[in-house]
Design a binder for this molecule. Sequence first.
Ligand code: F6P
Length: 363
Amino acid sequence: MSSTKTIGVLTSGDDCAGLNAVIRAVVTRAILGYGWRVLGIHQGTRGLLKRPVEFTPLDLATASTSMARSAGTILGTTNRGDPFAFPMPDGTLKDRSEEVIEGYHMLGLDGLIAIGGDGSMAVLRHLAQQGDIPLVGVPKTIDNDIGATETSVGYHTAVMVATEAIDRLQPTAASHDRVMILEVMGRDCCGHIALAAGIAGGADVILIPEIPYDLDAVAAHIKEVRHHGRNFAIVVVAEAAQDKSGELVQLSHALGGTTYGGIGHVLGEAITRRTGAEARVTVLGHVQRGGQPTWVDRLVGSAFGVYAVDLIAQGKFDRLVAWQNRRVVDMPLVAAFEPTQAIGADDALVSTARGLGICLGDR
Ligand code: F6P
């Protein structure tokens, strides 16, 4: 029997910077290290639903060093269309999981490397168990909410972009005596981008979903900053932050579904009303997901990709690669979606922020 394997790689869920660095590492390690073939599946599980299945054979020419520094994902991705409840044109939801599994087996693959976030990984693991798919997961998300790994691919770049935005807002805030509010991403429990960038950028107030805020406390802090002679203030707010009433600010979309967005404007109005200061709002949005990956995301992505291929070579499946204590480790794939990595009250960065006199909205 030939020892030459063919493996698949796909990206699933929201894109972020560093995905191509992982793909490039997977291709390079599989070809140079083991002499295998690599097929890049298009648009996550969507490519496996198509007939013929949509994929591209990936070779060393594709997997150039330029690829590691490029943004987005060369394979495409999707954060819609759960195969277990796939939205059909007539508005119903259909279980199409067997079609995806059939698509996978049509390719004659010996294993699959999926680069995804918590939601994607839960779906893919379900498919793998149902369809006997040897699966290895690589964590990616700007939100950095995957508990098993200290960092996920994409997080560092998003923090870098948000920090740079604060650096750019600070001089214009000072020039105009304004309160500048920067709304950053971070779904549900996740204030990691806001907290890290807020500290790095020197924000006065950082509001995260994990710490419900009190508008009076925020306004009091801004007044105090101004009272002590500084004419401007910087507020960083995670999109899912909420006040003590627990009310979330969300947007509905014409194609269906809701996303976060808008808390910055709500806050800006409220701050002006309470402090009399002129406020302006910047919503950073998807800028945090695009752009060249930082060196950290390239490095972590490369290490993850190589390690994931080595796991397949060792016959280790249903595993998640993760970054812990300056090295790559692997653990059961369920660790990708439980527990979630929220910021705890005793988090080191919460203490750092409080130590720097930054208001976290609760006091
Ligand atoms: O999960 C990553 C993320 O960027 C979140 O921070 C954000 O809420 C969401 O995706 C946005 O999703 P979409 O691209 O569908 O607007």
